[in-house]
Design a protein around this ligand. Structure first.
Ligand SMILES: Nc1ncnc2c1ncn2[C@@H]1O[C@H](COP(=O)(O)OP(=O)(O)OP(=O)(O)O)[C@@H](O)[C@H]1O
Ligand SMILES: [Mg+2]
Length: 473
């Protein structure tokens, strides 16, 4: 039972589920790492439990998963509190207070092992239990001691540091999992969660507050008379957000791995960053995240597991998602392709993007004024050679390296800088070529703006245009 696969963060989330189900508005996680025997307490101000309720709650399988639950109840199996706790510690104490009356019960796995009896302990001196002074009104305290799984016993400094780092990671996991409760979205009670007195901040994986985020149509699928809602989002392109925002929404795993469906059960995130095997996590769809909301009443259709970290969509939903995926990818793909297309249409750029027969080829553009001028300046005997050289350069574009660099750190990939003389020369030749083609002057700036290197040096281009126009007048 200790090995069903919880992590520190999924175990914490399971205990917090119970607090939320009990109507808590405040959940405090306290971790004492000052003694070698690390202790962790989770305290809520929910409804608490009477002594009888507590004794029943300590049973494994205290509830029947087939029995219905009140809406907003995040539990299902009657297992979570025990399995989550045992995955992290050898001694679980629960103190519950209801109507001012406190009761306590303890599962001590060492006691169970030495006596070979499943004997629940009921301590007499509740006031001596660590963190119990923080349980001021009705509510519950879940205490983990002898945390042999989270941290090695006789903790070395290195083990302790590792544990503190795991706590940090758990914080950001909980900020994601409970973000809709932390933010207090409409129709949902707001819950504050604090780790060692530091409040958690809601992390919205859809960055819905940003104007450049594209929110798609919400769809509703009926499953066994209940509604599942599906809303696709496309996150802003990195050019539309600050570097800090881009990093923040990438999460440590990066955009590629965090694309996919985000499945919420009663507003609590249970699965994320997967296409449920219906599509690959591709570079082109890395900005797509799709919100799916399901009610707890559909647990068995979705095969939700004890840890609340696995689920599989029922057939009706799968079919709908499969069809959606094609369309879902489209806005994200557009964000990336727009640049390529405008450049191509303008015919100014040094590189042209040619699309044919399901292939995209980048080629040095013979119509570019600088290239065509140069070609004409060559003695005829050299022209064929130059054209051959251009074709070889086009064929040697280091695509894998570009792709990897852009995927890894898009901000760090830059064009080589051009000095003013060269840049000015290029601009003059381009203007002359456009004039020779009879392009209307007012159309020239937008054309330049769409083509490199003017596009990424736009201020400089404008300054030079002003200077050139000044000379002309
Ligand atoms: N913080 C709490 N406040 C009040 N009651 C609680 C609290 N924690 C647990 N309980 C009670 O204990 C019961 C058992 O909790 P447990 O997490 O083991 O199972 P569950 O929540 O019913 O289902 P699941 O296995 O899906 O988590 C709950 O159903 C609830 O009645
Ligand atoms: Mg539970």
């Amino acid at each position: 039972m200790r090995d069903i696969g919880y992590t520190l963060e999924s175990a914490l989330a399971d205990v917090i589920d119970n607090a939320i189900a009990a109507g808590a508005t405040d959940v405090h996680i306290y971790v004492d790492t000052t003694t070698p025997n690390v202790k962790l307490g989770i305290i809520d101000n929910g409804s608490g439990m009477s002594r009888t309720e507590l004794l029943s709650a300590m049973r494994l399988g205290s509830r029947n998963p087939r029995n219905g639950r009140a809406t907003g109840d995040l539990g299902r199996f009657g297992l979570g509190m025990k399995t989550a706790s045992f995955s992290q510690c050898r001694r679980l104490t629960v103190v519950a207070r209801k109507g001012g009356v406190a009761s306590a019960a303890v599962w001590d796995l060492d006691h169970v092992a030495s006596t070979d009896q499943w004997e629940l302990l009921t301590p007499d001196h509740i006031e001596d239990i660590p963190f119990v002074d923080q349980l001021t009104g009705d509510g519950a305290l879940v205490l983990w001691e002898r945390m042999d799984r989270a941290i090695e016993q006789q903790a070395s400094n290195a083990a302790l540091r590792h544990f503190v780092q795991r706590l940090d990671e758990s914080r950001s996991h909980l900020e994601l999992v409970f973000h809709r409760y932390l933010a207090g979205e409409r129709g949902r009670r707001r819950v504050r969660i604090l780790l060692n007195a530091l409040p958690l901040n809601a992390f919205d994986p859809f960055h819905a507050s940003h104007p450049a985020t594209l929110k798609g149509q919400t769809e509703i699928v009926q499953v066994a008379g209940e509604e599942v809602t599906i809303t696709p989002f496309t996150l802003p392109h990195h050019r539309n957000v600050t570097k800090a925002e881009w990093e923040h929404y990438a999460r440590p795993e990066g955009y590629l791995k965090t694309q996919g469906f985000y499945l919420y059960r009663e507003g609590r995130l249970i699965v994320h960053g997967t296409w449920f095997g219906l599509a690959r996590q591709a570079e082109l769809t890395k900005l797509c995240r799709v919100r799916i909301d399901m009610p707890a009443t559909l647990d068995s259709q979705w095969h939700v597991d004890v840890k609340k970290s696995f689920a599989r969509p029922p057939l009706q939903v799968r079919e709908r998602l499969q069809r959606l995926i094609g369309e879902i990818g489209a806005p994200s793909r557009r964000i990336y392709e727009r640049r390529g297309r405008t450049l191509y249409e303008a015919k100014l750029p040094m590189w042209s993007r040619v699309q044919a027969d399901n292939a995209i080829v980048y080629r040095l553009n013979g119509e570019n004024p600088m290239l065509s001028d140069f070609l004409l300046s060559l003695p005829t005997s050299h022209r064929a050679n130059f054209e051959r050289l251009c074709r070889v350069i086009s064929a040697s574009l280091p695509m894998d390296a570009l792709f990897a660099d852009l995927a890894g750190s898009p901000d760090a990939v830059k064009h080589e800088a051009l000095d003013d003389a060269l840049f000015g020369d290029l601009l003059r030749r381009t203007l002359a070529a456009l004039a020779a083609k009879g392009v209307e002057p007012r159309l020239i700036p937008p054309m330049l703006r769409a083509a490199e290197p003017f596009r990424s040096n736009w201020e400089r281009t404008e300054d030079m245009l002003d200077a050139i126009n000044g000379e002309a007048n």
